[in-house]
Design a protein around this ligand. Structure first.
Ligand code: DON
Length: 316
C-alpha cells in the first residue's frame, strides 16, 4: 500500500503548481506548498499506511465543522439542529452569506458552509472556552490522539482578519438566528479552525465516521443513522461548490479545509487523510483532489464503482 501511495503522490505532484496557498488568513500563507502527505487508515486501529509528508502538521480549518456539528448535535439533539440549519447542498462559495439577508431566509444552507458552521458552534453548550474544549476533546477522541492541540498563531491571525465571518455572524444575530455572545462564538470558531493535525489524524477521523461514530449519543437519532447522515452530508456538501462533481469523480464522503487537508470516509470502516496546501479556485487542495481521485479509481473505492463489490462477492 505504501508503494502505491508513493506512486500516486508522484503522479499528482505536478498539480501543486495549479494551486495557491490560502493567503486570506496571513498565517496560512506561510505553509510550505511543496509538502504532500497521505495516510490510509485500515479497518483496525493499528493499520495505518502513510507516504510523503504524513507527519507534517497543518490546521483543520473547515474540516473542524464536522466535529463541531457532532458536538452541537450531542448537546441539543438532532431535531433542534435542523430546526436552525438546513441540509441542502449549495453552489455558493464556502464564505458566501448574501442569501441569508433575504427576508424569507432564516437558515444557513447546511452546517458545512461558514455561516452554518458558526451557527452550529453557537449551539454548543458552555461558556468561555468550554465550547472549544468540547470540540478539541472530540477531535482527540475521533483521531485517537490525546496530543492534538491548536495553532495559536493561526488562531490569532484568523481572529484579526475574520471580517467576513464576523459579518455573517452579526447578520445572523440581528435576525435572531444566532443566540449568545457573537464574539465568544467567533472566538470558538476561529480556534476550532486552528486545531492542528497531520494526515494520520485525518485518516483516523475518517475511519471513526466510517466505522459508525462509536460513543456518540445524540437524542432523536441512532448512532448508525447518525453515521449515515454524516456521510450523506459530507457527500453532498463537504467539498463546497465542487461537491457534485467530486461525488461523481471521487465518490467518497469527504471534507476539505483551506489548510490543505482532505478527510475522506472510505467504505468498510476505513479512512483517508491527505495534505497539500496549494488550493484550487474552490478552496480545495489541488494535488489532494488529484491524489484521492487516482486512489479511489485504482482501488475501486468510489461508492458507485461496483467492481470492488464484485471482487468481494467473488471471494465468498
Ligand atoms: O472561516 C474560514 O474562512 C476558515 N477558517 C475556514 C474555511 C475553510 O477551510 C474552507 N474550506 N475549504
Amino acid at each position: 500500500m505504501e508503494i502505491l501511495l508513493n506512486e500516486i503522490i508522484e503522479n499528482n505532484r505536478h498539480l501543486i503548481k495549479n494551486g495557491k496557498v490560502a493567503d486570506y488568513i496571513p498565517a496560512l500563507a506561510k505553509a510550505d506548498f511543496e509538502k504532500i502527505g497521505v495516510t490510509v487508515a485500515g479497518r483496525t486501529g493499528a493499520l495505518l499506511y502513510s507516504a510523503g509528508d504524513y507527519n507534517q502538521k497543518f490546521t483543520l480549518q473547515s474540516i473542524s465543522k464536522v466535529i463541531s456539528f457532532l458536538v452541537a448535535a450531542m448537546d441539543n439533539g438532532i431535531e433542534d439542529i435542523f430546526e436552525k440549519v438546513g441540509c441542502d447542498s449549495t453552489d455558493e462559495p464556502f464564505n458566501a452569506f448574501t442569501k441569508l439577508d433575504l427576508p424569507n431566509v432564516n437558515k444557513p444552507a447546511n452546517p458545512l458552509i461558514n455561516s452554518g458552521a458558526i451557527l452550529t458552534t453557537s449551539m454548543i453548550k458552555g461558556n468561555g472556552d468550554e465550547k472549544f474544549q468540547k470540540i478539541l476533546e472530540l477531535t482527540r477522541r475521533m483521531a485517537h490522539n490525546p496530543n492534538i492541540g491548536y495553532n495559536e498563531e493561526v488562531y490569532l491571525s484568523e481572529k484579526k482578519t475574520g471580517s467576513r465571518n464576523r459579518s455573517m455572524a452579526y447578520l445572523m444575530s440581528s435576525k435572531n438566528i444566532l443566540e449568545g455572545d457573537v464574539e465568544d462564538v467567533l472566538d470558538t470558531y476561529f480556534k476550532q479552525c486552528s486545531i492542528e493535525v497531520d494526515t494520520r489524524d485525518l485518516a483516523k477521523i475518517g475511519r471513526f465516521i466510517s466505522a459508525g461514530c462509536e460513543g456518540i449519543n445524540i437524542d432523536g437519532i441512532s448512532r448508525t443513522d447518525m453515521s449515515i447522515l454524516l456521510k450523506g452530508l459530507l457527500f453532498t456538501c463537504g467539498m463546497y461548490n465542487y461537491s457534485a462533481r467530486y461525488a461523481i469523480e471521487v465518490g467518497i464522503p469527504s471534507k476539505s479545509g483551506v489548510g490543505g487537508g482532505i478527510m475522506g470516509v472510505l467504505p468498510n470502516g476505513m479512512g483517508i487523510g491527505i495534505f497539500s496546501p496549494a488550493l484550487d479556485e474552490n478552496g480545495n487542495s489541488s494535488a489532494g483532489i488529484g491524489i484521492i481521485k487516482e486512489l479511489t479509481r485504482r482501488l475501486h473505492y468510489n461508492i458507485f464503482d461496483d467492481r470492488k463489490l464484485q471482487v468481494e462477492i467473488d471471494t465468498h
